[in-house]
Design a protein around this ligand. Structure first.
Ligand SMILES: [Zn+2]
Length: 87
């Protein structure tokens, strides 16, 4: 049985990274998450940075995410994808 799994945008991945790393992400989303990072260098780096942060602090909550830093990251993602798709 093949379930339809829509592609996960970078923005959604950033929202889900904490759930992914603490293991609370549902299997279906986890699969989409892993499919995304397999093809997205930006998000692979982001996930690795988050993983290191968790290893250093022991845990990671939404409160640990600096909103400004996240906005910057999302801007970087946006510019990156536009740079790829634009000609
Ligand atoms: Zn991505």
């Amino acid at each position: 049985m093949k379930l339809f799994t829509p592609p996960m945008p970078c923005r959604e991945l950033v929202e889900l990274v904490t759930a992914y790393l603490d293991g609370s992400l549902p299997r279906r989303d986890r699969r989409r998450f892993e499919a995304h990072i397999a093809g997205c260098e930006h998000c692979t780096t982001y996930v690795e940075q988050m993983r290191e942060t968790i290893e250093l602090t022991g845990r990671l909550t939404e409160d640990d995410l600096d909103p400004d830093a996240r906005d910057e990251l999302l801007s970087a993602f946006r510019g990156w994808s536009e740079g790829r798709s634009g000609s």
